[in-house]
Design a protein around this ligand. Structure first.
Ligand SMILES: Cc1ncc(COP(=O)(O)O)c(C=O)c1O
Length: 389
């Protein structure tokens, strides 16, 4: 029985292949890639290269050297936001960035950090289900807009945006998609969706280890994005400046190779299962959860009420305190859930739960079964009766 329902934070459990690959890296390789000519260092370089290839295959990206590894999705978003803004602000040029009310603090805080520095932003509002209208994004564009950043999936309501239609209205302005809640769960094609920058975590839907993530850039983006960090790359060591070659430009320092070893195995696992199949299975669990929750008094689902435009991340609005419900779920049913604002305060203003202290959130993963969902809904029914009847 799977009682972990916090996959929106990080996925658990991981496929066994991920654990085996991480152990095998430490037992048989252990070297840093791109730094030595001995066979273990070459094996590490091959592993890093194959991770880029698998990730590009997953999202139909054309250039593996434009797949940049980061610490997590937050780090990838910082690279995109700071990297695009800083060359302009260094010259005193105004920068305007568009984002949405459904975005995470991993976008909102980097923007806020830059606000005093010639950077302004517009937060495009969503409807009460969390859906953003592409034409509202189009209307927000000014002559100084340098970036449009949109969360593909909301970590609060599970709302999935129509990024293909949003990509159409972005024109030549770089389009940054935060795929923290969709990578590995929902099919993504960076070409048909016209995504210029795809930020993703390795440790959520991709089922890799914590400490992994990346930014997949459309070729050409490297000309307008400054690196966030500089340092040793094992290449062009005679020069004091950061190399312009990719991916070295954005990947100074030693890589998290044990994480990458796990990520290679997890992305292989996802490609073998097929994102379409994983998506279908999650849709079935999502539909079951919606059906069962509808029959419980004192509990309401925020966001989309059907499987359309959503995935298996749910905010529940209770007649009582969400924190007490999360506590009760754990102490009586050993269920891991989350309560609060989930690092996305404007999303709660959108769904009207900011003043309630947020919501109770449950989020599904690929190892959940129909039985797990029923166990969860019965537990939620118990909490609703116990605390709020
Ligand atoms: C929508 C969204 N964006 C960004 C992030 C940040 O991801 P990470 O934890 O990999 O930094 C999260 C994490 O929950 C998220 O839900």
């Amino acid at each position: 029985m799977q009682r972990y329902f916090d996959n929106a934070a990080t996925s658990f459990p991981k496929p066994n292949e991920v654990l085996d690959a991480m152990q095998s890296y430490h037992l048989h390789c252990g070297a840093s890639p791109g730094r030595g000519a001995y066979s273990q260092a070459i094996d590490a370089t091959d592993m890093l290269d194959s991770c880029r290839e698998l990730l590009c295959e997953l999202v139909n990206a054309t250039s593996t050297k434009h797949c940049i590894f980061t610490l997590n999705c937050t780090d990838a978003l910082n690279l995109a936001i700071a990297g695009i803004s800083s060359p302009h602000t260094a010259k005193g040029e105004p920068v305007h960035i568009i984002t949405t009310a459904m975005d995470h603090n991993s976008v909102l805080r980097p923007l806020h950090y830059f606000l005093s520095n010639n950077v302004t932003h517009t937060i495009v509002q969503a409807d009460s289900s969390g859906i953003i209208c592409p034409s509202d994004i189009q209307k927000a564009i000014t002559k100084h807009t340098r970036l449009i950043a949109v969360a593909h999936g909301s970590n609060v309501t599970g709302t999935v945006q129509d990024v293909e239609s949003i990509g159409l209205v972005c024109g030549d302005i770089p389009f940054l998609v935060d795929a923290a809640q969709t990578m590995g769960h929902t099919p993504i094609d960076v070409q048909t969706m016209r995504i210029d920058l795809l930020a993703f975590p390795g440790h959520k839907g991709l089922l890799g280890p914590l400490g992994t993530g990346g930014l997949i850039m459309k070729p050409g983006m490297e000309k307008i994005i400054a690196p966030l960090r500089t340092g040793g790359t094992g290449s062009e060591s005679e020069h004091p400046v950061q190399p312009e070659t990719l991916p070295d430009k954005y990947e100074p320092g030693s890589h998290n190779m044990v994480g990458i070893a796990g990520l290679v195995a997890s992305v292989r696992w996802i490609l073998e299962m097929g994102v379409d199949n994983l998506h279908k299975k999650e849709n079935q669990l999502t539909a079951q959860f919606i059906r069962e929750i509808r029959n419980i008094e004192g509990v309401r689902i925020a966001g989309p009420q059907t499987i359309d435009n959503r995935r298996g991340v749910f905010s529940l609005v209770l007649d009582g305190c969400p924190h007490l419900a999360a506590k009760e779920l754990e102490s009586t049913f050993a269920i891991c859930s989350r309560s609060g604002l989930h690092c996305a305060p404007f999303a709660h203003q959108t769904i009207g739960t900011h003043k309630l202290g947020g919501t109770l959130r449950v989020s599904f993963g690929p190892f959940h079964t129909a039985k797990d969902i029923s166990y969860l809904t019965q537990a939620i029914a118990h909490c609703a009766q116990l605390c709020y009847a």
